[in-house]
Design a binder for this molecule. Structure first.
Ligand code: ATP
Ligand code: MG
Length: 568
């Protein structure tokens, strides 16, 4: 017997990576089984263009676009631009750039809630007609007062029983601009005694004589989030409208509007927002950091914004891995920022070429190495990936090493350089410290006199001797000058919060090192290029670099080496 081909639908079973299994996918799997949305999966990412996106938004982007990708569905971007006073085109631009940079594509489905103002207005008229919405003359304070509390029911507005005709007339005149800001609202007529405050005749429209970034002065009434959001989802035929937990109490209202209007009903699903240690995540606070001059701007490499992370040297892959790794759940928690950093290291370890850079240079003269001689030594670009090949680095009589790789009085188990001790120079020779030159006034070490053992060239046949320590270096005559910016956490406490959150800003979160010396090949590096500076961490070229002036950001330290160097 021939069985019928299964009916072709848009959605298909998802890629079942174990870390991707979660309660939202279970809901979607059920909906696919029961054919609730005709086999479709259609999500959306709805940012309000009132700031730059941050790593919390990245979680939401990866979730919404990830579902669409894995189920062969679609994901829209919709600007939730219902609040004309706080929104700017600059944010609209940056949000698109950030979503694209993260690796997602909305195709031709870039929408604005403001595109629906006319339709939302028509929906409002429909509710007025049904006797389910009314024009209220209470002001904001009075509305709050009438609303009651969690323990006390609210009171009906004295304007609640206006006739349909009167509501039509007043709402029309609200739109025409006959009334001042805040003097009237349009409210849904639901239940002032509902235990859910959101259901106590919520406001749908407020009067605001403000110029909107897209609709200009066409409107002087603007829809609230609650009124705009669900209806916009419906107009776009969204199947699963995913938002953060604080909207769970709004879901009955979301459903009520759609049901009363009798239009297509998406399903709202809530998940726990991302909180991260040593990080503030709300756009309002991030704006305060920018406006207060605590950071250099929205894209300051210390900011948890996507543009800040990008400038810091984060890869989109590492952020997507992070989103997968932390998963989604229904309970609030705080993720250790170290998880994000680890995702970055895993990624950069595979792709960032190794180079040598000296951040705090100490001059070394190799006394028995001929003046003027230069050897091009072979260095491996990435031991994790042979295909990245090799390069040469010049070696000569005068070098720089890291100041911290020399101690006059070395502690036990210090395997780097000290008077009389030997150390291997990476890719080069074993050298021995035979003299120390000091500044006459300060007594500080300014130069080391060394000798090298010609029989110890790395990779050569006669190189049989071993020493415990290996350090990095650059040739003084060939090195390129650079500025290096070292970043530390922006906050001193793991959970900056409360009224005085700004008191815990770390005053030394940025350390600028000038006069660093990097290997000559880096002279031609371009902004955003990423490297591992051997033994020091991952670095990327900052956008401030230009021509001769190269600036590196420390993206992240190595897993443990830095700590070891600092302590020993
Ligand atoms: P903030 O509280 O930072 O101002 P928001 O929620 O007001 O953020 P929106 O632009 O409205 O910012 O958010 C767009 C989408 O991103 C929403 O679906 C929202 O739920 C989601 N989102 C915002 N912050 C987070 C977060 N920390 N974790 C996960 N998702 C988030
Ligand atoms: Mg918001």
């Amino acid at each position: 017997m021939k069985t019928a081909e299964p009916k072709k639908t848009q959605a298909q079973p998802p890629v079942e990576l174990p870390e991707r299994r979660n309660f939202i996918r279970e809901i979607i799997n059920d909906d696919l089984r029961t054919n609730k949305y005709g086999g479709r999966v259609h999500t959306r990412f709805p940012p309000e263009p009132n700031g730059y996106l941050h790593i919390g938004h990245a979680k939401s982007i990866c979730l919404n676009f990830g579902l669409a990708r894995d189920y062969h569905g679609l994901c829209n971007v919709r600007f939730d631009d219902t609040n004309p006073t706080k929104e700017e085109s600059e944010y609209v631009e940056s949000i698109q750039e950030d979503v694209r940079w993260l690796g997602f594509d909305w195709g031709d489905r870039l929408y604005y809630a403001s595109d629906y103002f006319e339709k939302l207005h028509a929906f409002a008229l429909a509710l007025i007609e049904k006797g389910k919405a009314f024009v209220c003359d209470l002001n904001a304070d009075q509305i709050r007062e009438y609303r009651g509390t969690l323990t006390e029911p609210g009171r009906d507005s004295p304007y609640r029983d206006r006739t349909v005709e009167e509501n039509f007339d007043l709402f029309n005149r609200m739109r025409k601009g006959e009334f001042p800001d805040g003097s009237r609202t349009l409210r849904a007529k639901i239940d002032m005694a509902s235990p859910n405050l959101n259901m106590r005749d919520p406001v749908m429209y407020r009067i605001l004589h403000a110029t909107h970034h897209r609709t200009g002065d066409t409107w002087c009434i603007y829809p609230t989030y609650d009124w705009a959001h669900g209806q916009s989802d419906s107009l776009e035929q969204i199947t699963h409208s995913i938002c953060t937990l604080e909207f769970a109490d709004h879901r009955p209202l979301y459903d009520w509007f759609l049901k009363e209007l009798g239009i297509y009903r998406p399903q709202q699903i809530e998940f726990a927002r991302l909180n991260m240690t040593y990080t503030v995540m709300s756009k309002r606070r991030l704006l305060e950091l920018v406006e207060g001059g605590h950071v250099g701007g929205w894209d300051d490499p210390r900011m948890p914004t996507i543009s800040g992370l990008r400038r810091r040297g984060y890869t989109p892959e590492s952020i997507r891995t992070f989103a997968d790794r932390i998963g989604v759940s229904r309970s609030e928690s705080t993720v250790d920022v170290a998880v994000l950093e680890d995702c970055l290291r895993d990624d950069l370890n595979k792709r960032a070429p190794r180079v040598m850079a000296v951040l705090r240079p100490l001059k070394v003269v190799i006394e028995n190495y001929p003046d003027g001689k230069v050897e091009e030594l072979s260095a491996v670009n990435n031991p994790e990936d042979e295909t990245m090949g090799k390069r040469t680095v010049p070696f000569s009589r005068v070098l720089y090493i890291e100041h911290d790789d020399f101690r006059e009085d070395p502690p036990k188990k210090y395997f780097r350089l000290s008077p009389g001790a030997e150390v291997r120079l990476r890719y080069a020779y074993i050298i021995k410290c035979v003299g120390v030159v000091k500044d006459q006034q300060s007594g500080g070490v300014v130069e080391l006199r060394c000798t090298y053992d010609p029989q110890t060239k790395s990779g050569s046949a006669e190189n049989i001797r071993k020493v415990k320590g290996t350090i990095h270096w650059v040739s003084a005559a060939h090195a390129t000058d650079a500025e290096v910016r070292l970043y530390d956490r922006l906050f001193n406490v793991s959970e900056p919060g409360g009224e005085n959150w700004k008191d815990s800003i770390n005053p030394s979160s940025l350390q600028i090192l000038k006069g660093c010396k990097v290997e000559p090949g880096l002279a031609s590096s371009k902004p955003q290029e990423r490297f591992q500076f051997e033994r020091l961490g991952y670095f990327c070229v900052d956008n401030d670099s230009s021509g001769e002036h190269i600036v590196f950001n420390r993206t992240v330290t190595l897993r443990d080496t830095w700590a070891k160097i600092e302590k020993s």
